[in-house]
Design a binder for this molecule. Structure first.
Ligand code: PLP
Length: 375
């Protein structure tokens, strides 16, 4: 009989690891003295285009990216947008700034925690302009039904692909199935730039509009203008959504090992799933392609979840929650009353997110497995 002696470890939810070479690459930008959007950012944009085969607009966060997409598509006052409630606030927050209304839609199940088209159908109205699909945890579902639904109802399909870089199926990269999508490069994302995001689109005109919008509606960013060319005009009021050269440089250097990091994430997720599937529910089929951004699991009920949280805290394993139901936030209840989204409420009470990062040591993975199997 195998006896495991669990020596208590401390495992953070996420840990960043940068090589000396990567740090040096970023330091070079500081030495060059050009910190605002310039060659590194432009190069990063091109690199993302090469990988995804779509047009890319590098911005300072996914939240701003979504705001820009909604605005560029003309979504505004009196318009409604179908959004999941089982998501981060950034998916729908910009809609409020535009005077539009997010309409919260339930998810399918804990196995498929993505927006449910049956519920979406019930919530469609003459005012519906778009549906936002959020790629939960980085898994890329079959997008065909969503494309068909949006096509049939003449509404935009927009992807919140904040979790989903890099992942593709036989057709496309996540983020490239609808009119536009957005990746996040926040500090704990697969490509961690501190802050940052990229909008993807295959529509050249939309791309042009978004590039203008990123820079106050001005055609050229300062570094693109001739030295003596100080004049400029604006096409429309935009944003300052420019990322910095530091983010661009870090992005370029990290892209060199993004697929290696993703492979390691996958190994960790699969090892944990193989040992613990059955005891816990892991979302999606193992074959569903994923960026493996986070490693969520579901337990039987909220009582068991509370016990598990307490137990993991005692064992030094830091966890997170993806997500509290958005429709139960105070602001949302004040606006729309007490909405009822049964599946979202039920699965939210059963979810915890395990630590996951590519530099996780073998013994850390073993520790997580051993601790969880003893629960
Ligand atoms: C699902 C989802 N959408 C949007 C965002 C916003 O990303 P950012 O922090 O880059 O604005 C996040 C961030 O974690 C997210 O998880």
């Amino acid at each position: 009989m195998k006896i495991f002696i669990l020596i208590k470890m401390k495992i953070p939810f996420f840990r960043i690891c940068l090589t000396e070479e990567e740090k040096k690459y970023v330091l070079k930008v500081l030495e060059k003295g050009q910190l605002s959007f310039a060659e590194e950012c432009a190069k990063f944009e091109k690199n993302i285009e090469k990988i995804t085969g779509s047009k890319a607009i590098f911005v300072n966060s996914a939240t701003t990216g979504l705001h820009m997409i909604y605005k560029a598509l003309g979504i505004g006052k009196y318009d409604e947008v179908l959004v999941p409630s089982f998501t981060f606030v950034a998916t729908f927050e910009p809609l409020f700034h535009l005077g539009a209304t997010p309409v919260f839609v339930d998810v399918i199940s804990e196995k498929y925690p993505v927006i449910d088209l049956n519920d979406a159908e019930k919530k469609l109205s003459k005012k519906t302009k778009a549906l936002v699909f959020m790629h939960y945890a980085g898994y890329l579902s079959d997008m065909t039904p969503y494309i068909e639904f949006c096509g049939a109802n003449n509404i935009y399909l927009i992807e919140d692909a904040a979790h989903a870089f890099p992942v593709k199926n036989e057709k496309n990269y996540a983020g490239a199935f609808g009119v536009a999508g957005v990746y996040s490069f926040y500090g704990n994302k697969n490509l961690h730039l501190g802050e940052g995001g990229v909008i993807l689109t295959k529509d050249e005109n939309l791309c042009k509009k978004l590039k203008l919008m990123r820079n106050h509606g001005i055609e050229k960013i300062a570094f693109e203008r001739e030295e003596l060319d100080v004049g400029y005009d604006i096409y429309f009021p935009g944003f300052n959504a420019r990322p910095t050269e530091i983010q661009g440089a870090l992005g370029n250097v990290l892209l060199k090992r993004i697929f290696k990091m993703q492979k390691r994430r996958k190994e960790i997720v699969m090892r944990i799933r193989e040992k613990l599937e059955g005891k816990f529910i892991f979302p999606f089929d193992k074959k569903t392609p994923s960026s493996y951004h986070i490693n969520p699991l579901f337990v039987k009920n909220s009582r068991q979840r509370n016990e598990l949280i307490k137990y993991l805290k005692e064992k030094g394993i830091q966890i997170s929650h993806h997500y509290p139901p958005a429709h139960l936030f105070k602001y949302i209840q004040d606006r729309f009353g007490r909405l009822k989204l049964e599946i979202t409420e039920e699965i939210s009470e059963k979810e915890i997110t395990l630590p996951l990062y590519p530099d996780m040591e073998e013994e850390e993975v073993e520790y997580i497995i051993n601790v969880l199997s003893k629960f």
